[in-house]
Design a protein around this ligand. Structure first.
Ligand code: ASP
Length: 320
């Protein structure tokens, strides 16, 4: 048995490539690194890796994390500039005894020393998106932070080894040096091969208030299915935030247990995700929250998937 679950449609090609590896008995860590690097390399996904949207100073600062569910090893990078695959740096850091979470210049020095590929991650497309957003912000009352999406994944291999990982350019127009939940273990991701794993996408500042990936794994450990754990954690935390703060940021969670069962929960209108298991090729689903706050999902139609690709690949134009 093997399986993988990932946030957002953008994970599809990576999950497809990883499930081929898993079918051939690859290790969960290798499959996961491959899948995330595939999303990082794609210039059309503007919230992860190459082509990721820049911060308010027009610099692309990337965050990523890797966790091994057998050893509980963790590796995380934050605000890294000019390296092609933050996930590879994070995974390498997970092999260190200490100094597992490095940010900014320290992370870049480490990556340089270990020979990771350097790359200017700011594309012409991303610059156009940035300039358009600056214009929109001055013309309309838009929230500056609209526009984000982290790729988060949980993977189970045929030897019952589980790993989880994330990669993101974070919130659009974030401040220089800002970190969200994605590289933070327990918030953006958590995995324990004896139980299962979870990963988050959404407003990092709120996700971190609930350590919600860890919470989902804890609920699964208590006996909840991944779907029950996701529903419970997201619904109750969303309600708690609304009660205490009057609002709750976007939050979408995925989980898989060590039996390959999976679940999702969201507090937004459309959250796409991808699942592949030994029984099922990589499939895109669309989840939404119903009136009772329960998450429902269905397979994405071919039309939806095609439209997604077309809009992502449409030429970027500077707005007048
Ligand atoms: N969680 C990410 C962050 O706050 C953004 C996202 O998942 O969309 O940086």
């Amino acid at each position: 048995m093997y399986g993988m679950i990932a946030t957002w449609r953008m994970a599809l090609e990576g999950v497809e490539a990883a499930s081929e590896l898993l079918k051939a008995d690859a290790d969960a860590g290798d499959a996961l690194e491959k899948a995330i690097a595939c999303v990082e390399d794609c210039e059309f996904y503007k919230s992860v890796g190459y082509g990721g949207l820049p911060n308010e100073e027009m610099e692309v600062e990337l965050d990523a994390a890797f966790m091994d569910g057998n050893t509980l090893d963790i590796g995380c990078v934050g605000a890294v500039k000019d390296f092609a695959n933050p996930i590879r740096i994070a995974r390498q850091l997970s092999k260190e005894e200490v100094n597992n979470f490095l940010v900014g210049r320290g992370a870049e020095k480490y990556a340089q020393r270990h020979g990771f590929e350097r790359k200017n991650m700011l594309t012409e497309r991303a610059k156009i998106h940035y300039q358009n957003r600056v214009k929109e912000l001055s013309q309309q009352q838009l929230k500056p932070y609209t526009g984000h999406d982290t790729v988060g994944m949980v993977c189970l291999d045929a030897n019952a080894h589980m790993c989880a990982a994330t990669s993101t350019s974070g919130l659009f127009m974030k401040r220089s040096g800002r970190l969200g939940d994605s590289p933070v273990i327990g918030s953006g991701l958590y995995v324990d091969s004896q139980v299962g794993g979870a990963s988050a996408t959404g407003l990092g500042e709120d996700v971190m208030k609930g350590c919600i990936s860890y919470e989902i794994v804890r609920l699964m450990k208590e006996g909840k299915t991944p779907q029950e754990a996701c529903d419970w954690a997201v619904r109750s935390f969303d309600a708690e935030l609304r009660k205490r703060r009057g609002q709750a940021g976007d939050m979408s969670l995925i989980a898989m247990n060590n039996q390959g069962e999976w679940g999702v929960a969201t507090n937004i209108d459309t959250f796409s995700f991808v699942v592949a298991t030994a029984q099922q090729p990589a499939t895109v689903y669309l989840a939404k929250r119903d009136a009772q706050g329960k998450t429902t999902y269905e397979k994405a139609s071919k039309e939806w998937i095609e439209e997604y690709v077309q809009t992502r690949k449409a030429p970027a134009k500077l707005k007048e």
